[in-house]
Design a protein around this ligand. Structure first.
Ligand code: ZN
Length: 363
């Protein structure tokens, strides 16, 4: 891969992400600190005036948050189209239509609005039940809900994502041995049902007895068996070392801390936590702390990825295949080989291609 081209692609992507985040901050800020927010709150209060006493406040929260979240999704749309149509077409020669991107973004937006409404309702109920401790109740509830959702989705992918058992008996026996050597039992090894996601390679999904290895069809077609074994061993490391649970625990800690800061901010600004207008302020302040904590979350992820790489090499011993797979994935994602330190800290959940190759070289 042409390094200058990869660096340029990633820089433009990051710039688009920053623009999108900045637009979101402006909208939340406008809603939180200017009369526009109060006007929207009045509008919502009037619109749900038909609901009976008990449900009135809840209906207000749901409509207010849904409108705000929908506005944020609409603002994010130009960036999504720019990334998909202009950038990916130019650099990756990906053939994505505007219609397809808008449809995909509508699905993402629906999930985003639903998630925002759930968060709004959890905050509302927490303020009612836990009063001054609403931030802790919200942090714990959302963290448990997130863990349950991830577990559910992972089990669902394990059950529904498989197109059928691998037809190649040699590769099946090989990967079964990798699972034994790694000490992570799996229920079976399957071909991934092809949804046209070019970023899919191999994954270990599900938990306990339902754990399955899924491998994308183009990986089965194009990659060597040694490369596939290394990538599967890497994925098994994440299960063996409970990386997901570690990440979720750190997220729970950071989320609760971010909400505690938001609570302090509300106290200082004199806005009661139960008011509709507190919601954009909470999103702004907690979101700010979450962003500032990005290097900590990415740092944990990079540490886990390095451990998974070392584990994959120790289990399979295929250093050359590891290097080939890392180069292949780097080219596929147009990864920068030598990102700057600040880029690594703020944006990278994986070690760079250079770092991974150097690690394999040292073994
Ligand atoms: Zn990994």
């Amino acid at each position: 891969m042409n390094e200058a081209k990869a660096a340029r692609y990633q820089r433009l992507r990051r710039r688009a992400d920053v623009v999108s985040a900045a637009a979101g901050i402006v909208v939340l800020g406008l809603c939180g600190v200017t009369p526009a927010g109060a006007a929207l709150a009045d509008l919502v209060t009037g619109a749900v005036s038909g609901t009976s006493g008990r449900w009135h406040a809840l209906a207000e929260v749901i409509v207010f948050v849904a409108l705000l979240a929908a506005a944020l999704e609409v603002i994010a749309l130009p960036v999504v189209i720019y990334l998909g149509v202009s950038l990916d077409r130019r650099f990756k020669r990906a053939d994505k239509s505007v219609g397809g991107l808008v449809t995909a973004q509508l699905h993402t937006a629906a999930v985003g609005v639903a998630a925002a409404v759930i968060v709004g309702v959890v905050i509302h109920v927490s303020v009612r039940l836990a009063d001054g401790w609403w931030w802790l109740a919200t942090g714990v509830t959302l963290s448990v809900a997130l863990a349950a959702a991830i577990r559910g989705v992972s089990s669902l992918i394990a059950r529904s994502g498989a197109a059928g058992q691998l037809s190649n008996p040699e590769l099946t026996a090989r990967l079964a041995q990798v699972s034994v050597d790694a000490g992570v039992p799996v229920a079976g090894i399957f071909e991934w049902r092809d949804h046209g996601h070019d970023e899919h390679t191999a994954s270990v999904t599900g938990f306990g007895k339902g754990r399955r290895v899924l491998i994308a069809p183009d990986v089965l077609r194009d990659w060597s068996q040694d490369e596939i074994a290394v990538v599967v061993a890497h994925e098994l490391s994440h299960h063996k070392h409970h990386d997901l649970i570690q990440a979720l625990l750190l997220d729970a800690l950071l989320l609760s801390s971010a909400l505690a800061v938001a609570d302090l901010g509300l106290l200082l600004s004199g806005v009661p936590a139960g008011a509709l207008l507190s919601l954009p302020l909470i999103a702004l302040m907690a979101g700010g702390v979450w962003l500032v904590a990005t290097p900590a979350r990415h740092g944990l992820s990079r540490w886990q990825e390095r451990r998974a790489d070392q584990f994959a090499l120790a289990v399979t011993g295929h250093r050359d295949a590891f290097a080939a797979a890392v180069r292949r994935l780097g080219a596929q994602h147009l990864a920068e080989e030598k990102p700057s330190a600040i880029t690594r800290w703020l944006f990278h959940r994986h070690p760079s291609v250079d770092e991974r190759l150097a690690m394999a070289e040292r073994r």
